[in-house]
Design a binder for this molecule. Structure first.
Ligand SMILES: NC(=O)C1=CN([C@@H]2O[C@H](COP(=O)(O)OP(=O)(O)OC[C@H]3O[C@@H](n4cnc5c(N)ncnc54)[C@H](OP(=O)(O)O)[C@@H]3O)[C@@H](O)[C@H]2O)C=CC1
Ligand SMILES: O=C([O-])CC(=O)C(=O)O
Length: 401
């Protein structure tokens, strides 16, 4: 293990040319504005870079060649993913950006991502956390908790405030950072404050993210924000942008299960049509309970048409009134569900809801908007719209409205 004193200059450090890339990365990171205060705060003035002792032979003045982006604490160590026996069967590392990383939803989500429950137990990940100047300290706190959790699959964590840095090469971008609504507000009231965030982040994704990046927009109003984001990212397929309506799907499943007196795993084929707002249409015509049409199991049509719809539409607002802030843990769970639905094959005959760009849809929904519809996936990150859904006048009218 070679030791680099971060208070010295490159010239005072002794390393081999073969080590230059890892060392220059380590050393440059020890100079970063992120790591230095962090190390100082802990009275650390030595940084350990993972290079084997037998590689250290002749004094060499290293040149800063390849430089790793900003990293955090233990995640600045270099490593060889194939070196340890358990990691040999792992897939290659993927980069995941999360904005609003110091917020409530992220505080649940990041630990789920790191644990492997989202992308799988053979998928190492790098987390790239986007915050702002006001949240930078909090981001450091989040990164410290991630360090202390010792997740084997979490190989890198970096934190930053510039989306052009944070989004570089990301394969997934989960855009949460946005002001939440308070009691008495509608989600649409947030558009003036939040819309601009998604225009900027769309531009940044367009410029630096992987060309096939998948984007999950969570910040409200998420349908409009997703549209703003994709319009600012013309080089990324519009199909890759999602507005999160999975929380609504989960809420709808829970309500149907409750009414039918079954556990919620019996409810399938649940579509949320439209926006993540009080105009959304939870579809009880196509929903199934234990494989049977929901309408055959729940005979109370009045409840289905009125109460059920309203409960799902207003669930977020009711929760804010009770808790004083918007749902966070269940939202994080629904983000996990939404991503898992894209990276694992959809069970035969079932589907999931996600807000996607309308471009040649079979349901007669206006084109060029982001609208939640029923989708299936082969598990490759992509999806297709489900074609064989039932429509009756009631559902058609509700969707139109
Ligand atoms: N689609 C869905 O199903 C759901 C969406 N949401 C939405 O997700 C978003 C995030 O919610 P949540 O994590 O609970 O919120 P938090 O307030 O806990 O965190 C939001 C983060 O967004 C950033 N932010 C950016 N601009 C602003 C601003 N003008 N005011 C305040 N914060 C800002 C802040 O980080 P920084 O300082 O780093 O910028 C903050 O840490 C909200 O818009 C909320 O409405 C919530 C639940 C469900
Ligand atoms: O209601 C809100 O503002 C937060 C949210 O989107 C939800 O809980 O569905």
């Amino acid at each position: 293990m070679a030791v680099a004193d971060f208070t010295t200059t490159y010239k005072e450090s002794i390393f081999l040319p073969s080590q230059l890339s890892s060392l220059s990365s380590c050393l440059s990171n020890t100079r970063s504005h992120v790591l230095k205060p962090y190390l100082r705060a802990r009275n650390v003035n030595k940084v350990y870079c993972s290079v084997a002792p037998n590689e250290v032979q002749t004094p060499v003045v290293p040149q800063p060649t390849s430089i790793k982006g900003e990293c955090y604490g233990v995640f600045c160590l270099t490593y060889d993913l194939k070196a340890a026996e358990e990691t040999k069967s792992w897939k290659s590392l993927i980069n995941i950006a999360v904005s609003g990383a110091a917020g409530m939803i992220s505080n649940h989500l990041l630990f789920k991502l790191a644990s492997g429950e989202v992308f799988g137990q053979d998928q190492p990940i790098a987390l790239k956390l986007l915050g702002s100047e006001r949240s930078f300290q909090a981001l450091e706190g989040v990164a410290m908790e991630l360090e202390d959790s010792l997740y084997p699959l979490l190989r890198e964590v970096s934190i930053g405030i510039d989306p052009y840095d944070v989004f570089r090469d990301v394969e997934w971008a989960i855009l949460i950072g946005a002001k939440p609504r308070g009691p008495g507000m509608e989600r649409a009231d947030l558009l003036d404050i939040n819309g601009q965030i998604f225009a900027e982040q769309g531009k940044a994704l367009n410029a630096v993210a992987s060309s096939n990046v998948k984007v999950i927009v969570v910040g409200n109003p998420c349908n409009t924000n997703a549209l703003i984001c994709l319009k600012n990212a013309p080089n990324i397929p519009a199909k890759n942008f999602h507005a999160l309506t999975r929380l609504d799907e989960n809420r709808a499943k829970c309500q149907l299960a409750l009414k039918a007196g079954v556990f919620y795993d019996k409810v399938s084929n649940m579509t949320i049509w439209g926006n993540h707002s009080t105009t959304q249409v939870p579809d009880f015509l196509n929903a199934r309970i234990s494989g049977f049409p929901a309408k055959d199991v729940i005979k109370d049509t009045k409840w289905l048409e009125n109460d059920f719809t309203e409960i799902v539409q207003k669930r977020g607002g009711v929760l804010i009134k009770k808790w004083g802030r918007s749902s966070a843990a269940s939202t994080a769970v629904s983000i996990v569900d939404a991503i898992r639905s894209l990276v694992t094959p959809t069970p035969e005959g079932d589907w999931f809801s996600t807000g996607v760009y309308t471009n040649g849809n079979p349901y007669g929904i206006a084109e060029d908007i982001v609208f939640s519809m029923p989708c299936r996936s082969d598990g490759d990150g992509d999806y297709e719209l489900v074609k064989d859904v039932l429509m009756d006048d009631f559902l058609r009218e509700r969707i139109k409205k």
